[in-house]
Design a protein around this ligand. Structure first.
Ligand SMILES: [Fe+2]
Length: 253
């Protein structure tokens, strides 16, 4: 898509969003009092810096679903708010600390024809045993629980990390996002997961997650991002838990 085509889409999309919201107001004969209550709730979201949280909770996966209309490779999944651009390069180990259980993350990256893709830069990030992310918790520096690694000539990488813990979408369950989750009958805990971002020139960037078979909250993820093909059963080798992944990258659009 050219820059001109992109700029032409923006007013169309913004106009349609406003039309869609007006349609909801008309559909439910929303009163001025109800309109003002919604208005004030949006102000509370902004004051609590929870706008990104709310958008990621309800809209990010929809964008991933749209991406899958033109992809044949591995499933795109929510990036979430905890990605950092400048994670440290790692060869075989991501630094962890605290009461964690080791996890070997082993992955083969191929193209649509099944050929291995070397030199794929892979960002990996996950929560610690308290459900916190480095760079966002004051308890530990950002070189922990995240790192970049690269596939070898066979399209493989293997790094030691740790099994992450489930965590709440928001630390304030009675805050402006938490009350919307509750209002809609949901719950706020995300299931255990690991985030990945695969980058290689000539291929469509892939951001995705992996979930753990048998874990809690898989059927009630507040983000709606759990799909069967993203749930993996851990193996055990020499007393260490192993996560084996097969990733397929689409060619660049
Ligand atoms: Fe996460």
């Amino acid at each position: 898509m050219t820059d001109q085509e992109k700029s032409q889409r923006t007013p169309l999309i913004v106009g349609d969003i406003i039309d869609a919201i007006r349609g909801v107001l008309r559909k439910h004969d929303v009163t001025f009092e109800e309109y003002r209550a919604g208005f004030m709730h949006l102000m509370q979201l902004a004051d609590a810096h929870e706008v990104p949280l709310l958008l990621d909770c309800y809209l990010n996966q929809t964008i991933c679903d749209i991406e899958m209309k033109t992809r044949q490779g591995s499933r795109s999944n929510v990036e979430g708010p905890y990605f950092l651009e400048d994670a440290p390069m790692v060869t075989d180990t991501i630094k962890v600390r605290g009461d964690t259980k080791p996890l070997l993350i082993r992955c083969r990256v191929k193209d649509l024809q099944g050929q291995p893709i070397p030199d794929v830069i892979t960002d990996i990030w996950f929560a610690d045993s308290n459900g916190d992310y480095s760079g966002y918790s004051e308890d530990f520096p950002k070189e922990y629980f995240r790192g970049k690694t690269t596939t070898d000539s066979d399209g493989l990488y293997a790094v030691m990390g740790s099994i992450p813990k489930e965590y709440p979408m928001t630390s304030n369950e009675h805050g402006p996002t938490g009350t919307i989750i509750e209002l809609l009958g949901g719950q706020g805990m995300r299931p255990q997961h690991i985030h990945f971002k695969y980058l290689k020139e000539g291929y469509a960037p892939l951001t995705t997650q992996t979930y753990f078979s048998g874990g809690a909250y898989l059927k009630e993820d507040p983000v709606g991002a759990v799909f069967d093909d993203l749930i993996h059963e851990l193996k055990e080798e020499d007393g260490v838990a192993v996560l084996d992944l097969n990733i397929v990258l689409d060619p660049a659009a």
